[in-house]
Write a protein that binds this ligand. Structure first.
Ligand SMILES: [Mg+2]
Length: 421
């Protein structure tokens, strides 16, 4: 029988910031969006203070001061690098790994002799080698593994690993969870479910399938079946994670030629840009990664780079340009690459953001949006890739933005290395 593990880094951005500032261990930590606009990550202590997600920073300054909250600008170069270190440990230890977002990955544990022991080992090694705390949920389906992970995180007595398949009362997990917290249900469906008297994930799992299919499409039905223990979510169909979007592929044969990698990265950037617009979101940074095959007797290279965008955008040419600059940094010559990917980080809603001085004028942004909507329309009608971007060489632009509180790029910039006195 299938068995999935979901590994999720606890309060990932806040944990990254703490790593190099041990004195912050029990102080509340928040991370702000690009240009220091609003709160996008909180440590457990900051959550306990009642600081909500997406809180505008200026409205909470007094709370930050009063409770000595450590406030950081987002540092995607740091998060991207630590993420790839965590993922590479997972890839070394688990039979199969599917990176799902910057701080989450599914493990395929089917057939593993003692999966709980393996997960405890994984958790210990990630903590020891990277300092990032993770929680792992094990279950028969991905949606259940998500729910199991939530329990692993909420209940410290479990030591960070929770195996739902060993549960005497498997329904308790769902009874204990609001329907809106189920993977992919979200606020849009929550209202309709509420109106039908559906409060918990268990209520949702027990709804008539016909109703779910009619009201929430096959995607909702797939989620329901998953909660009933029937595995049916494949990755292309998986609901979008809320703070990063990924497109990656393994190549049929190893790719050494940089021109070919540029083409691949360009098409991943295009694809992930489409997903971004479908979510009605904008990205703050672009991560690119390339990797050589694992478990082989050849020199390995796992390169990654994060390019922070001057202002959040959903404009594909900007995403491609950043992705190609990232590839220049991530690529090392003389390797045969097996896999490459583009991840968009720091997602924010496309509507209702304040205009930054560093951003393009609003009319120009509007023109870009119209262009992208036309492009998406054509591709929907005539098939994906009917209209594509030619590979353009990226002009170098000096990019600056307001990041008064950004931590040093400890792990990716020589100039920012910790100094020991
Ligand atoms: Mg997380």
């Amino acid at each position: 029988m299938a068995l999935f593990g979901l590994v999720d880094c606890n309060n990932f951005y806040a944990s990254c910031e703490r790593l190099f500032r041990p004195e912050l261990k029990s102080r509340p930590v928040v991370v702000l969006s690009n240009n220091d606009g609003c709160v996008i990550a909180r440590s457990a202590e900051a959550k306990a203070l009642g600081i909500p997600m997406a809180a505008p920073a200026y409205q909470w300054e007094h709370v930050f001061r009063q409770h000595q909250v450590a406030v950081f600008s987002s540092n995607y170069a740091l998060y991207g690098d630590l993420s790839s270190r965590v993922m590479s440990i997972l890839a070394d230890m688990a039979p199969r790994v599917e990176v799902y977002s910057i701080d989450e990955a599914f493990l395929d544990l089917t057939g593993v002799a003692d999966p709980v022991a393996l997960c405890r080992e994984i958790r210990a090694r990630v903590t020891q080698w990277t300092g990032i705390p993770v929680s792992i949920g094990l279950a028969r389906t991905k949606a259940l593994a998500k729910a199991a992970n939530r329990r692993a995180k909420k209940n410290p007595a479990l030591g960070g690993v929770y195996d739902h398949t060993a549960e005497a009362d498997p329904e308790a997990l769902l009874a204990d969870m609001e329907a809106g917290e189920v993977w992919g249900i979200g606020p849009r469906h929550q209202k309709r479910l509420w109106a039908r008297g559906v409060r918990t994930a268990l209520d949702f799992a027990r709804l008539p399938r016909d109703w779910v299919k009619k009201e929430m499409s096959v995607v909702g039905l797939a989620t329901q079946l998953e909660l009933q223990g029937i595995s049916c979510v494949h990755f292309e169909r998986a609901p979008a994670p809320h703070r990063s979007l990924l497109c990656s592929r393994s190549f049929a044969t190893l790719v050494e030629d940089k021109a070919q990698l540029r083409e691949a990265v360009c098409s991943f950037a295009t694809r992930v840009g489409e997903k971004l617009r479908r979510e009605n979101a904008e990205a703050s940074a672009v991560q690119v990664f390339v990797s050589t095959p694992r478990h082989r007797d050849v020199p390995q290279h796992n390169g990654q780079a994060v390019i922070t965008l001057p202002a959040p955008t959903a404009h594909t040419p900007e995403i491609i340009e950043a992705a190609l600059r990232g590839l220049d940094q991530a690529y090392a010559e003389g390797h045969g690459y097996q896999k490459a990917g583009v991840m968009l980080l720091g997602l924010t809603p496309a509507t209702g953001r304040q205009n930054s001085l560093l951003d393009l004028p609003p009319e120009e942004r509007q023109r870009q949006r119209t262009l992208m909507a036309a492009l998406d329309g054509v591709n929907r009608r005539f098939g994906r890739g009917a209209l594509r971007f030619a590979l353009a060489s990226a002009p170098d632009r000096p990019w600056h933005m307001r990041q008064m509180r950004r931590s040093p790029r400890y792990t990716t910039s020589w100039a920012d290395l910790l100094k020991v006195r």
